[in-house]
Each structure stands twice: as C-alpha cells, then as structure tokens.
Design a protein around this ligand. Sequence first.
Ligand code: HEM
Length: 511
Amino acid sequence: MAAVVFENCFILFLICIFSLLCYSFIFKKPKNSRRGRDLPPSPPSLPIVGHLHLLLSTLTHKSLQKISSKYGSLLHLRFLNVPIILVSSASMAYEIFKAHDLNISDRGVSANGESLVFGSSGFLFAPYGDYLKFMKKLAVTKLLRPQALEQAQGVRAVELERFYANLLEKAKKKESVEIGMEVMKLTSNMIFRMSMGRRYSEESGYAERVMELTTKSFNLTKKIFFANMLRTTLGKLGISLFRKEIMGVSCEYDQLLERILVEHEETLAEDDQDKDMMDFLLEVCGDEKAEYKITRDHIKSLFVEVFLGGTDPSTRATEWTMAEILNNHKILEKMRQEIDTVVGKARLIQESDLPNLPYLQAVVKEGLRMYPPIPLVLREFQESCEIKGYYVPEKTGLVVNVYGVMRDPDSWEDPDEFKPERFLDYASRSGQEEQMREQGMKYLPFGAGRRGCLGSNLASILQGTAIGTMVQCFDWRVKGDKINMEETLGGLILTMATPLECTPVPRLGPF
Ligand code: HEM
C-alpha cells in the first residue's frame, strides 16, 4: 500500500516538474560541459527524463548492471538534469579510487535540513571537511577501532547469549522465526549497548524503541533520497517532498535521544572504563576548548547514523548468507565440522573463535559479495577530471555499482554461484602490491577510500557470531525445497523479497 502511494506521488511529482523542465529546456540552453572533450559513453536515453527510468525500476542495481554489461563499465548517464558517472568494474573503480579519492569524497546528496535522519547535523551526507573528520575520529576511537571493540566484547557476548536463548525458546515451542527480525534485534541491542546503553537493562525498552525507529527510517530512505536529490528544483516551487513523514520520525528520535542524554548527564560515569560513547560526546559538547564545537543535535545525529549505518546492512547480509547456507547442505555441513572441531560441542561459539574459523569467514565474505546490502555507492566529483581519457565535469554524480562489480564475470569465476572456497584461495594468493590493490577493488561491499565504511570490523564480528550460533546450535526446517532468493531494494538496501522464515530445532546444548 505504502509503495503504491509512493509510486503515485512520484508520478504526480514527475508531471509537476515536467512543465518546469520544459520551461528550462526551451528557454534556457543546457550547459554543455564538454569543452571540446569527450564525456564517457552514454546509452540511449529518453527525452527530458534521460535515464531516470533505470533509477525508478524496483531493482535499480540490476538495471544498471544490465546497461553496463551492454554499453561498458564507465558510462555517462543523466537523471533529469542531474549528470551521473556509472562505474561497474574493478579496473574502473581502481582508477577512480586511486587517483581521485579526495575529489570524490563528498556524497553529493544534500543533507535533509534539520531532520535527525540524514540531516545537516549528521555526517553521512556531510562534505569532507573538519566536522566530518572530527565526528569520524570520535566514532572510530570510542566505538569502532579494534581497542574499543575489544573493550565492549563482554557486552556483545551477553547479547549473543540472549540471541541464542531466544532461538532456543522458539525451538522448544516449535515456533518458526523470521531470521531478519531476530538478527535485527541482536545487532540493534549490541550497537545500542555498546554506544550508549551499557547501564541500561533490557527492561528499559530503549533498545527496542531505537530498533523500531531505525526500521521506520529505513523504510523512508528511498523517499528521503528522492526528496534530497530534487530539493533545489522543488524548493523553487515551494514544495518540500515527504517532509511531514521525515520530520515525524526525526521528532520521535529526538524525544528518545534527549531522554537518554539527560539520563547520562544526571549520572555521568566517573571512571573512564565505565564511560560509553555518549558520555564522551557529552564531555566534548561541554568542552569550550574542543577541536570542534559540537551541539546536542550533532550528538543525536551521530547516534541515529551509527544505528542506520550499522544495524540494517549487517542484518540483511546475515539473512542473505543464512539463506544461501540453508540452500546448500554441503556448505552447512562443512561449517559445522569446522565449528565443532575448533569450538567443540560443550560451549557456545564466541567472537574470539572467529580468527580460527576461516571457512566461516569465507562464507560471510561470499554472502557480502553476492548480496552487498548497499549495492550502489554514491559520491560526487567536486572538480572536473579525466578518467581513462574521458572528461568528467565538476559536480557530476558518481554511482559505483558494487553489486555489478562483485558479479562481473571478468573479475569473478561463476559470479552468480555461492562458492565460499574462492575466498580461501584468494587469501593464499600473492602478487605485486599494486596488482593486489587493484584486485582488492573487485570486492567492495564496504565501499572504498576515505568515505568507505567505518564499521567493517564490527560488521564481521556481528555476522560471524550470529551465523556461527545459528549453524552451530540448530538445525533449520524450511518450508518447500528451496529458499526463494528473489531480490528487492527495500529503501536502497538489498533485501530478500520473501523474508527468510524457518523453524529452529536444537542440535547442541543447552549451554
Ligand atoms: C555488513 C555490514 C555493513 C555493510 C555492507 C556496510 C557498507 C557500507 C557502505 C557500502 C558504505 C558507503 C561506503 C562508501 O561510500 O565508499 C558505508 C558507510 C558507512 N558505514 Fe557501513 N556497512 C556495514 C556495517 C556498518 C556498521 C556495523 C557500522 C557502524 C556501527 C557502519 C558504519 C558506517 C558509517 C558511519 C558509514 C559512513 C562513512 C562516511 O560517510 O564517511 N557500517 N557502509
């Protein structure tokens, strides 16, 4: 229902701006930025809307992959009057990230005003400057770098046990579970407790509330993306697309986070060991001499974005990988053999086991290769430049189709087959450093360069332990012969069209 309303709204919107564009096309000469030099090749386009129909398809990443395999891995597209460079191969990605990383370190999507969800006080869409660098440093130092991750290991272990106990409960009652829902609870609880909730018990209900709001925000991402992309054009007509819905979620987040902030202020932890990321951010907020002066809205936006960036992609990737495991009995058995040998049958897997479980790690990597939760990475060329002899004008958008790169038959043997072994071979291969770097660009689930994902280490832990627990402790009953692997883009995140639902049957334990 919501999708239909959105679609209708979008068609109406297209009609509205059609007249505006006709006006500008007739009365204003379009800028010709070629300056006598060739832009990258462009596939045939429709009048006025250009290649917008590709963006509107339900499987945008696949439409873009198809067009790239026909016309080439470096293309020049136009969505209405927005020019875009589309990249779909490892060698093109390498060329761009090697020589132009700073030039493409802005996302090119304007922030969503005063909203806490992708808004101007956040850093996901912030330009690459002092504010972004400062907030990234805080998030990495206090939450995501290896030392910080190690400090919070105990918190994650408690949540993993709770995840296991919950599945066991369902297994005893012979109830089926939606894997995505269970994993979403696990990742939300882990990230919530690591970042601001060490002192809160489950009864506070805060983690659950954060999870609800994160899901609501994700359902809005496609709308937010369109609203942002078209803000300048529509702003001139006094139209603010989807504003009410977006601000509604933002207000709910605001109220919840304000309450948590006040509770942190009232019981400020004295010992550094007991401080969580929110305690540190509050200190920085009150510090007149801080490198960068941050406000309460900056703190709230940072948390919203850490939840958005951290929970849903990790959950979707885990769900996809579990579906492949359950569709491939040999892989499931091989994983169990490895886990039973390394962990034994008397205790639950824990994150310190992960380095000793190379096959499990390879399965996680293969899941991310075939189903990258963020299939399209968005950036913008700040300045004009040259790529493979083609001219790229300043302020041209960049879309790296990482889904296309990781399914490119020129880089991957049998790209559409789930073969974890390829990552065991891959790790043992050696070569020239430069060659290896270029090779690295064929595996891009976390993006690349200075705007690449900050949470890849945490993501590996979340996925490794969640999948490890489900494989080690349970057999899984699935309806039908095979799991339906059809894809959909839920709010720009690669999602299973039919959520994975199955019934756990205890295999080991209880621990
Ligand atoms: C399987 C899980 C995950 C995947 C596949 C993933 C993927 C990505 C991708 C593709 C980007 C954009 C990169 C680019 O533009 O080059 C990104 C950015 C980001 N991710 Fe992740 N991510 C995951 C988990 C996490 C986690 C657990 C966190 C933290 C809790 C996190 C935090 C971030 C942040 C903060 C950014 C923005 C960085 C910036 O704008 O500078 N991600 N992620």
